[in-house]
Design a protein around this ligand. Structure first.
Ligand SMILES: [Zn+2]
Length: 302
């Protein structure tokens, strides 16, 4: 485990045997342990090993805090709760119904990932309604022996929240502050169906209003250059959104446009980093789907 601050640590979940793709945060304090975004079930063994290695038993874990319900963040929650039914799962009210009954979420994920669902994500079990704690943003919650402020931070997902620990200055921001590995490019993850540029800007303002000293990104890790990071995120969001918008009228099929966009993005990254680092971004952000999220945004507005 890597320490962010006293009682606040993170681990690399080793997604698909790779490092720097998906991280989970562990919060430890007198009130017990909380896990922020436990990751997919395919990484659950790694999460369990890390907990064990640090003397944490599942009995100590009281809360799972979800930033949002995408499979790479929330996939293991139901499996964990089935084995350890004393654990509560905190999730935004717009995402809760899909944790209680994931069938629609899994149908749409299956349309995207097809026969790769099991290999990538593994089981996505339902969370019993009794274990769910609804968040709307604006509240303060107690977890892992401390108080977290909760903000509603849509843009990447309509049910996305972020958590701020004023005692350490760390903001746990899921995907809304982008994907950034190796201090490289700040990539806005834009999969369908919820991408919304205006509310994404508002979410960044909400995070900045906390004046955090550190952002913790699920993909990947702590960022201490908070303002330049978020400024680059919004600049890049504007750029990629414009590239997608300009591609819309062309004669190619959506699949071809999506491929062309992914190629363009890979070229942007290759200027700044090694091919291995580019591959990490491709796995973390799912390049094939980024065009579709922005295309849907523009088409819905038009
Ligand atoms: Zn996500």
């Amino acid at each position: 485990m890597n320490t962010l601050s006293h009682g606040l640590s993170w681990i690399d979940l080793g997604f698909l045997g790779r490092s720097n793709v998906i991280a989970a945060v562990i919060v430890q304090g007198p009130g017990g342990v909380a896990i922020v975004d436990p990751g997919p079930t395919t990484c659950l063994a790694t999460l369990e090993e890390a907990l064990q290695a640090h003397g944490i038993r599942w009995n100590d874990v009281r809360h799972i805090l979800l930033t949002h319900i995408h499979l790479d963040h929330a996939g293991a929650a139901g499996t964990i709760v089935r084995e350890h039914p004393h654990i509560s799962v905190l999730v935004h009210e717009r995402g809760a119904k899909h944790m209680i009954d994931p069938s629609r979420l899994l149908d749409s994920a299956t349309r995207v990932y097809g026969d790769q669902m099991d290999r990538l994500w593994g089981e996505f079990a339902a969370v019993p309604e009794a274990n769910i704690v609804l968040l709307s943003g604006g509240e303060t919650i107690q977890a892992g022996g401390r108080a977290f402020a909760v903000a509603y931070t849509p843009g990447h997902a309509a049910h996305h929240v972020s958590y701020f620990d004023p005692s350490s200055g760390v903001a746990l921001v899921g995907d809304v502050a982008g994907v950034c590995t190796s201090h490289g490019y700040v990539l806005p993850p834009t999969p369908p169906p919820d991408i919304d540029l205006d509310v994404w800007h508002e979410s960044v303002d909400r995070i900045l209003a906390w004046s955090p000293s550190t952002l913790f990104l699920t993909h990947f890790g702590p960022v201490t250059r908070v303002r330049p990071h978020l400024a680059e995120l919004l600049d890049n969001l504007t750029q990629v959104a414009n590239v997608v918008r300009e591609s819309l009228p062309g004669p190619a099929s959506d699949d071809e446009k999506s491929e062309q966009f992914a190629d363009w993005l890979r070229q942007q990254l290759r200027r700044r980093m090694t091919d291995a680092e580019v591959d990490t971004y491709v796995v973390a952000a799912g390049f094939k789907y980024l065009w579709y999220g922005l295309a849907r945004y523009w088409r819905t507005r038009a």
